[in-house]
Each structure stands twice: as C-alpha cells, then as structure tokens.
Design a protein around this ligand. Structure first.
Ligand code: SAM
Length: 223
C-alpha cells in the first residue's frame, strides 16, 4: 500500500540531490534552479527514459512507477548506465509512487514540459475506468503540472483504451491535438512505440497501436 513509500509534502520537498547528484551536490541544492521537466508515468522498466536521457541531455526527467521491484530495477539500470558511460544518464531518475494520487506533491504548477503515458494498464471493466491514468479529473491535474505548450504523449495497443484516452483529451478544454506535421517533426513521437519494453513486445507480436498526442493550451484562467 501507499504507506510503504515516502511522499514529499510538496514539490519543494523533493530531494533533487538523491535523484540527480551530479547536478545537485548536497551542499549546493538551494542554488540550482533546475527542475524536472519530463515525467514518464508508469515507466515500467524505463526504456523510454533511457532513450530520452541522451536525446535531451540537459533536461531532468523522472519515471513514476508503482511497483517496488520494477522501480528498483530502473534505479539499478540508471546507476549501471552512469557507471558505464561517464558523463551520461545523470539527468534521469525514477521514483516509486502512485501517480494517480501524488503528481501535485512532485510538480509545481506549469513545471513540466512533457508527460508520457506509454501502454498504461487498460482496466477494461466499466467500474474500473476510474483507475485509468488518463481521465477527465486527472487531466485537470496534468494540465496544472504542464506549462502552456507542454505536451502529453499517450500510446496503447488496446483500441478501446486508445479511444478513451483520445476522447478524454479531445473533450478537455485545456488540450488540443498536435497536427500531423507537428507529430512528424517531434522526435519523441518516434519513440512511443519503440523505446519501451511494452512497445517492443507489441511490435514483436505485430500488434496495432493507438496514439494520442495533445498540447496544453492557454485557454484556462491559469488558477
Ligand atoms: N510504460 C511502460 C512500457 O511501455 O513498457 C510500462 C507499461 S505497463 C503495462 C504499465 C505500468 O504502469 C506498470 O509498470 C504499472 O506498475 C504502472 N502503474 C500502474 N498504475 C500506476 C500508478 N497509479 N502509478 C504509477 N505507476 C503505475
């Protein structure tokens, strides 16, 4: 249960020196204005973050993962990559948490530039739809954490879930779809179906995928 992992009481209580020691030597944490900008929600084994880390070497990014063992695996994976590639992978980290409850504890208003939801659990039954990581209510929270112009990336191999995520985003007043040209020009879009362990499994099995990529707009009153 949630009681087994600590939760920061606010974003200013997130200890960046634990996650990104190269950027935040413990003595100097207060003087570094750098903040996490990418969040991979339900990051699983971390394949997306590993790809993003070298693609955006100056951007701090974090995976949020509910399963303890999987989170530990990603931690070890990042430490091993740091050791094997001097100077690299210092911008990536992972935290064990329930993203459906604790996003506001980790990120300030408009802090994030990108959020990723790759192959989330489908929760097929109607009564379990409230457990889906994309929902009208949670999109309010994501809109809060994202800067105007920030982007939400979603992909799934479950058609019904793909329709659901797309319709939640389409019907939300603070999100608009990227155009085809924008999708083609965005290097992150290419990673959605290829970089994660789940995406690779789906691709190996020749499965179809359903993508929805939306931008946080300025339509709200920003309160
Ligand atoms: N994104 C990864 C990928 O594409 O390989 C993992 C996909 S896996 C099907 C879904 C992941 O979301 C699982 O690792 C699960 O533990 C995690 N998850 C489910 N609910 C979560 C929650 N509320 N908070 C954080 N992670 C969650």
């Amino acid at each position: 249960s949630d009681s087994h992992f600590p939760v920061p009481i606010s974003p200013s209580h997130v200890d960046y020196s634990l996650h990104y020691p190269e950027y935040f030597p413990p003595s100097d944490q207060a003087n570094n204005p750098k903040k996490i900008q990418f969040a991979d929600i339900g990051c699983g084994f971390g394949g997306l973050l590993i790809s993003l880390s070298t693609l955006f070497p100056e951007t701090l990014m974090i995976g949020m993962e509910l399963r303890d063992k999987v989170t530990e695996y990603v931690k070890e994976r990042v430490l091993a990559l740091r050791a094997a590639n001097p100077g690299q992978y210092h911008n990536v980290s992972v935290v064990r948490t329930n993203s459906m409850k604790y996003i506001p504890n980790y990120f300030e208003k408009a802090q994030l530039t990108k959020m990723f939801f790759l192959f989330p659990d489908p929760h097929f039954k109607e009564k379990n739809h409230r457990r889906r990581v994309i929902s009208p209510h949670l999109l309010d929270e994501y809109a809060y954490a994202l800067e105007v112009g920030g982007i939400i990336y979603t992909i799934t191999d479950v058609e019904e879930l793909g329709d659901w995520m797309k319709s939640c985003l389409e019907n939300h007043p603070m999100f608009e779809a990227l155009t085809e040209e924008e999708l083609e020009g965005d290097p992150c879009v290419k990673l959605l179906g290829t970089a994660t362990e789940e995406g690779q499994k789906v691709a190996r099995n020749g499965g179809q995928t359903y993508r929805a990529v939306y931008r946080r707009t300025a339509l709200s009153d920003q309160t």
